[in-house]
Design a protein around this ligand. Structure first.
Ligand code: NDP
Ligand code: PYC
Length: 335
């Protein structure tokens, strides 16, 4: 079916309001999920509303939590999301992170005790739009076996990176799970009855599988073998242990066997290139753009270029394509 972004926003607001989410949660969750849907980032679009409501029913998200700033010393800001949505804590923290990075050259935002369900590029793009370089990461649930093991000790642990370009609408951004694919992709394959690509998961007996159900009963694999494993541990250590929050294993234990969304922290580091380059700040754009333009010229596409094309296409045509079955499942959340 086809739906306008404004109708989809209204539907998301209505669902969240019907389940008792505060206006600030309705707004931040809707904004993030519809932004992802417009960009055809399906694994982190409005489909996530089903998981959010399920998490609420299991008592693993607080629909009326208000995030609180717990420290704002030096270049560091910490926000306690109080078991609320990460998106609401980010809405509070990002303007402060931007101010601090512009003042000090570098700043760090730690979000604690948040329920995380969104794509990391959403906040990265808010930072590049402010002219900042950004890196962010978050642990998730322990679904992923490190290279050399069958035991799911790691989360899907995404990392986002953003670098501003002359055209603020098309920054250089990549953002991916450190598992071979996001859990959300596996869940969507399960929902659509389609097989997984080879090499992303093993079954409960440790055998490679392309069956999404067998993969979810077994373990996911890291991207790039031992390299993805090591990067995933960095995410656990930085965005879990270093900020006093959960590892993916602890998040899984907190879920108590329920199929709920991960609970823990996110870390976001913002750097102001103006402080590094001084009078030569413009070289960020001249040299950065010249460097990145080579990739397209050589036949490669840059990360996020598919999303930017989808955004432009969907915005110009004035509607978004949505699966009928997803629309029906979303409508059912209103009853
Ligand atoms: P992908 O493996 O699809 O990788 C995504 C990134 O790689 C995007 O930047 C994408 O750009 C780029 N990319 C994909 N194919 C190519 C290509 N052929 N050439 C160049 N670049 C390419 O995504 P994942 O499944 O790993 O992750 C999807 C999303 O899931 C992310 O947004 C991530 O933040 C989110 N996630 C969130 C978690 C959480 O706990 N909140 C946990 C895990 C994942 P483009 O988008 O333009 O295709
Ligand atoms: O797709 O792995 C994932 C994920 C976990 C939490 C949100 N998305």
């Amino acid at each position: 079916m086809q739906i306008t972004a404004s109708d989809l926003r209204q539907l998301s607001h209505d669902i969240l309001a019907a389940h008792g989410f505060s206006p600030e949660h309705q707004h931040s969750i809707t904004d993030t999920l519809v932004t992802a849907q417009i960009d055809e980032c399906h694994s982190h679009g409005v489909w996530r509303l089903l998981g959010i409501i399920d998490t609420l029913k299991h008592g693993k998200i607080d629909a009326t939590a208000s995030p609180v700033i717990t420290q704002e010393q030096g270049a560091i800001i910490s926000i306690d999301a109080k078991l609320g949505a990460a998106t609401t804590a980010l809405a509070l923290g990002l303007p402060k992170l931007i101010d601090k990075a512009k003042h000090s050259g570098i700043a760090l935002l730690a979000i604690n005790h948040c329920v995380h369900f969104s794509a990391l590029w959403v906040e990265v793009e808010q930072l590049t739009r402010a002219g900042l370089i950004a890196i962010n990461m978050t642990p998730s649930h322990a679904w992923v076996a490190p290279s050399g093991s069958r035991e799911p000790l790691l989360g899907t642990n995404p990392i986002g990176f953003g670098f501003p370009r002359r055209n603020p609408d098309e920054p250089y951004v990549f953002d991916f799970a450190t598992s071979a694919t996001a859990r959300g992709e596996i869940q969507l394959h399960d929902r659509n009855g389609t097989p997984l690509p080879e090499g992303v998961a093993i079954d409960a007996n440790g055998q490679p599988t392309t069956d999404p159900k067998a993969a979810m009963a077994g373990a996911m694999l890291t991207f790039g073998g031992h390299k993805g494993s090591a990067i995933a541990t960095m995410v656990e250590l930085l965005a879990g242990i270093a900020i006093g929050d959960m590892t993916s294993q602890e998040s899984m234990a907190f879920a108590e066997g329920t199929p709920t969304l991960p609970y823990g922290g996110e870390i976001i580091i913002a750097i102001d290139p103006a402080m590094l380059l001084g009078a030569d700040t413009d070289s960020l754009y001249t040299r950065g753009d010249a460097y990145l333009n080579q990739f397209n010229a050589a036949g490669a596409r840059l990360p996020s270029q598919r999303r930017f094309k989808a955004r432009q296409h969907n915005t110009t045509q004035g509607f978004i394509e949505l699966d009928d079955s997803l629309y029906q499942d979303l409508q059912a959340l209103l009853q």
